[in-house]
Design a protein around this ligand. Structure first.
Ligand code: SAH
Length: 265
């Protein structure tokens, strides 16, 4: 039989590792469970994107930054995996604190595999992913009834040495698409999508620093996404595409003083 219930193993290592989603940035957008675990954590390994206000919840823990922005360095990842395993042998409550949700674009699989291989107990605590915080910032439902029945969370990046994944095909097929880690390549992304036949006037949005006081929102048709370079985006940002953003685009362009590449802070 292929359906099995996995028994809880008796473990010799007392430490437990929690992969906790920190949420998109605002310290009060972590789950209650995540906050409670941080409070009793002995050691926290956190991403670069995790804000000081969230780290402050781990009052008694040693805090170690292991962030690798863009997260493509496999040796760095192996080092993180090893540190988690080592920490579980030494501490009771170990937290791997990741931006947004730990299971989306966060290499959680590799960390979980390392913990399993070392027979270390772990638990994943979900978090609010950037796409949902950005949807909230815009006040736009990603699955607005009658317009969108699906949402694709996509990244245009692929790991070094990996075959090129056809992310553009996924974006073109989705009613609503949210592109992570792509704001720096907005021009290339737009060109690739247009070349694939995505209509040039597809409504698009960029949301930077979603959930934070310094959040910025921009709306534009896809063909103007290339101008994102002019926006001076330095914080984490998602690119969003789909008809559901038409109302946001329209609202911005209707304001007489607003340029077509419209910003709302
Ligand atoms: N696990 C995370 C994603 C990690 S990849 C999550 O679930 O959100 C990092 C990317 O997430 C960034 O390059 C950016 O595209 C996006 N991101 C993270 N925080 C963000 C925020 N506050 N606002 C907008 N985008 C954000």
């Amino acid at each position: 039989m292929n359906v099995r219930q996995t028994p809880r193993a008796m473990r010799s290592i007392p430490g437990k590792v929690y992969l906790v989603g920190a949420g998109p940035g605002a310290p009060d957008l972590i789950t209650l469970r995540g906050a409670e675990i941080l409070k009793r954590a002995d050691i926290v390994f956190h991403d670069a994107l995790v804000r000081p206000g969230t780290l402050a919840l781990a009052a008694r823990a040693e805090k170690i930054a292991v962030g690798k922005r863009c997260g493509r360095h496999s040796t760095v990842q192996q080092f993180i995996n090893k540190r988690l395993v080592d920490a579980a042998r030494k501490y009771h409550t170990v937290v791997r604190l990741k931006g947004g949700d730990p299971m989306l674009f966060g290499r959680a699989h590799e960390e979980i595999a390392a913990l399993r291989a070392a027979d270390i107990e772990y638990e994943v605590v979900p978090g609010v992913t950037a796409a949902l915080a950005a949807s909230a910032e815009l006040g736009v439902s990603l699955t607005r009834r009658g317009i969108a029945r699906n949402v694709a969370f996509v990244t245009a990046r692929v790991g070094a040495g990996k075959a090129e994944h056809d992310w553009a095909k996924n974006v073109a097929a989705a009613d609503t698409a949210v592109i992570y880690m792509g704001a720096g390549q907005a021009a290339e992304i737009a060109a690739t999508l247009i070349a694939r036949g995505v209509p040039r006037d597809t409504p698009a949005a960029i949301v930077e620093n979603a959930s934070l006081a310094e959040a910025r929102r921009f709306t534009m048709p896809l063909c103007e996404l290339a101008r994102a370079a002019e926006l001076g985006i330095s914080g984490p940002a998602v690119i969003m595409l789909g008809e559901v953003f038409a109302s946001a685009l329209l609202a911005a362009t209707e304001e007489p003083t607003t340029p077509s590449l419209s910003a709302t802070a």
